[in-house]
Design a protein around this ligand. Structure first.
Ligand code: FAD
Length: 377
């Protein structure tokens, strides 16, 4: 397989190829791990996909013609010159020139219609996050739609979808564009300066923090801080003789409340009934609790100690909503969630539930629905 890309946002063009070796491979295939070869004359990326397939992205130059570059002879010449590989060694499955389009929709919701995934945002593939972002969008939207359609949350909850996901995607877009520019330099002097600058640099900090806005606990100063918005801990637990990851063994969808004490014993009956309607999984490290889970690999104790807390609440999309130092804190946190959802009367038939027909927050202008976020070079 062989495919290729062209950047519409810069003077550069990229191409890639993925090859499947035949069983009678003459020579071992090159890199077993993802590798960026950033030589300015023709940068490329080589990535194993499983055991027998490789994906290669090769930068095309502006003067190169897309139709010409999709001819198999071009890929064979490159494979032969670069890696000494020919038709006896590998099979080309796909070879295509494609553009990098870095765009983000202005409005992800118009009334009952929502955009998600590539329909809402596209980015260069350099962080490998396009599909991941699409799945996160879907996960974020799904639980909110579920609660609103069942009449258990106010329609306003759906406005937090774009708020949360756009902030996160903006970060991904920025990093993808930066990486794309770093990898694809063709000016030898700029490439040399890049190489010097990258030598001896400490590892990059976490560049993909979760959202820090939306349906998350805000502190007294109105901020979402620390680990809130990040993925919640997902440890190996034991319950009823079954050992496995928390969401396989205990999780039943919905919110998760995990505590060193028994959360069910500190929440009032009304709160518990309300949580049950919304959907909740309760886990307690207290062996006396009916919700006891054995913290088999110590993930939860470690998390509580590291954050100075004894409980956390995670949303149905696994993001950390809030932390609680003690039982009172947890009661307050749960009260806050239920109050924010403004959970009205449950709807008996979700199919009959209706959204308010609203005007888009960002009216679509004459230039279209998308905003270009790409670098200009
Ligand atoms: C070369 C390349 C490499 C990539 N590498 C990675 C990577 O390593 N990691 C990563 O996370 N992402 C990667 N991505 C990005 C990833 O593929 C996309 O971000 C992801 O597929 C988007 O998912 P989606 O469901 O939003 O859209 P799509 O996957 O495009 O799905 C949309 C579906 O809707 C269908 N459809 C369209 N119109 C209609 C219609 N009118 N009616 C019914 N069906 C319709 C389409 O046929 C398609 O099946 C890469 C992309 C490219 C091009």
């Amino acid at each position: 397989m062989c495919w290729a890309s062209r950047s519409t946002t810069s003077a550069s063009t990229s191409a890639g190829s993925t090859s499947t070796p035949s069983s009678s491979a003459r020579c071992p295939l090159p890199p077993r791990t993802v590798e960026f070869r950033m030589q300015p004359e023709r940068p490329y990326m080589w990535m194993p996909v499983g055991r027998t397939r490789h994906r290669i992205e090769i930068r095309l130059h502006e003067h190169e013609d897309a139709t010409e570059m999709e001819r198999p002879e071009v890929a064979w010449e490159w494979l032969s010159q670069t890696w000494g590989l020919g038709p006896d060694d590998v099979e080309i499955i796909r070879q295509v020139v494609y553009p990098f389009l870095t765009r983000i929709a202005r409005s992800w919701r118009v009334g009952r219609t929502f955009l998600a995934g590539d329909a809402a945002h596209t980015m260069p593939p350099y962080t490998g996050k396009g599909a991941c972002a699409a799945m996160r969008d879907a996960k974020n939207l799904a639980w909110k739609l579920d609660l609103v359609l069942r009449g258990l949350a106010d329609d306003e909850l759906l406005d937090t979808y774009q708020q949360e996901r756009e902030a996160h995607n903006n970060q991904l877009l920025r990093v993808s564009i930066e990486l794309c520019d770093v990898v694809n330099l063709t000016d030898p002097r700029a490439a040399h300066a890049r190489d010097l600058a990258m030598r001896g640099r400490p590892p990059a900090p976490d560049i993909f923090p979760g959202p820090k806005t939306g349906f998350l606990h805000h502190d007294a100063g109105g901020r979402v801080t620390g680990v809130l918005g990040d993925a919640s801990p997902q440890g190996v637990i034991r319950r009823g003789g079954v050992t496995g990851r928390f969401d396989d063994v205990a999780g039943g969808g919905g919110f998760s409340v995990v505590a060193a004490f028994d959360p069910a014993a500190v929440l009032c009956g009304e709160q518990l009934a309300h949580l049950a309607r919304i959907g909740v999984t309760i886990g307690s490290l207290d062996p006396a609790s009916p919700h006891h889970i054995e913290d088999a690999d110590g993930t939860y104790r470690e998390f509580f100690t590291a954050n100075g807390v004894s409980a956390f609440v995670a949303r149905p999309d696994f993001l950390l909503y809030g932390l609680a130092r003690d039982e009172d804190d947890l009661r307050e946190l749960i009260g806050e969630i239920l109050q924010r959802l403004k959970a009205p009367t449950p709807v008996q038939d979700p199919g009959r539930a209706s959204f308010a027909h609203r005007k888009p927050r960002f009216p679509l202008d004459e230039s279209g629905v998308f905003e270009e976020r790409a670098a200009t070079r």
